[in-house]
Design a binder for this molecule. Structure first.
Ligand SMILES: Nc1nc2c([nH]c(=O)n2[C@@H]2O[C@H](COP(=O)(O)OP(=O)(O)OP(=O)(O)O)[C@@H](O)[C@H]2O)c(=O)[nH]1
Length: 145
């Protein structure tokens, strides 16, 4: 086996995120506030999976905290993931971001954590400033019907 495969790497931190889809096919994104490492960039709502959480319970919690909406686990559909393959030097652990789509929720999304939120046509996401890991996620989402 090639030596690279045997190299020890820090464990990935798992981040779960949701593409909330409106009935007209628009997607909700949020812009990170100043002071955030991704200040000014558009991200999918979500966050890190904490100890004792499943992927879905973490995402349901994050969407409640960030947007004040209630989601049922059955309405979260796994779509695609993106991982920090080249991230060897940073002090933080590499992320893997798991993106779900969601078409049903209760409540009206509100920006509860100082972020800006907006609905976008999927075809316009290419022109938005996004973190590197989000670019393949947005690309896949744009191909999805
Ligand atoms: N939610 C979300 N996070 C993303 C995306 N893309 C991306 O690189 N990230 C990064 O993944 C990390 C997610 O952690 P977070 O800070 O939102 O998680 P959290 O809500 O648990 O916050 P905390 O650890 O500050 O309490 C952040 O560094 C965030 O910038 C994305 O599309 N959505």
């Amino acid at each position: 086996m090639h030596g690279d495969f045997l190299q020890k790497n820090p464990t990935n931190r798992i981040v779960v995120a949701a593409a909330l889809m409106s009935p007209t096919g628009k997607v909700l994104l949020q812009r990170c506030p100043s002071g955030h490492p991704h200040a000014g960039l558009w991200e999918f709502p979500g966050g890190k999976v904490e100890k004792d959480e499943t992927l879905e319970t973490a995402l349901i919690r994050e969407l409640w905290e960030e947007l004040g909406i209630t989601i049922a686990a059955r309405d979260l559909e796994p779509l695609v993931f993106s991982s920090d393959r080249d991230q060897r030097t940073s002090e933080r652990s590499p992320y893997v971001i798991l993106l779900y789509t969601c078409r049903f929720w209760d409540g009206e999304p509100r920006p509860l954590e100082g972020q800006e939120i907006a609905w976008f046509d999927r075809s316009t996401m290419d022109s938005l400033a996004m973190p590197p890991l989000d670019i393949p996620l947005a690309h896949k989402l744009n191909e999805t019907r």
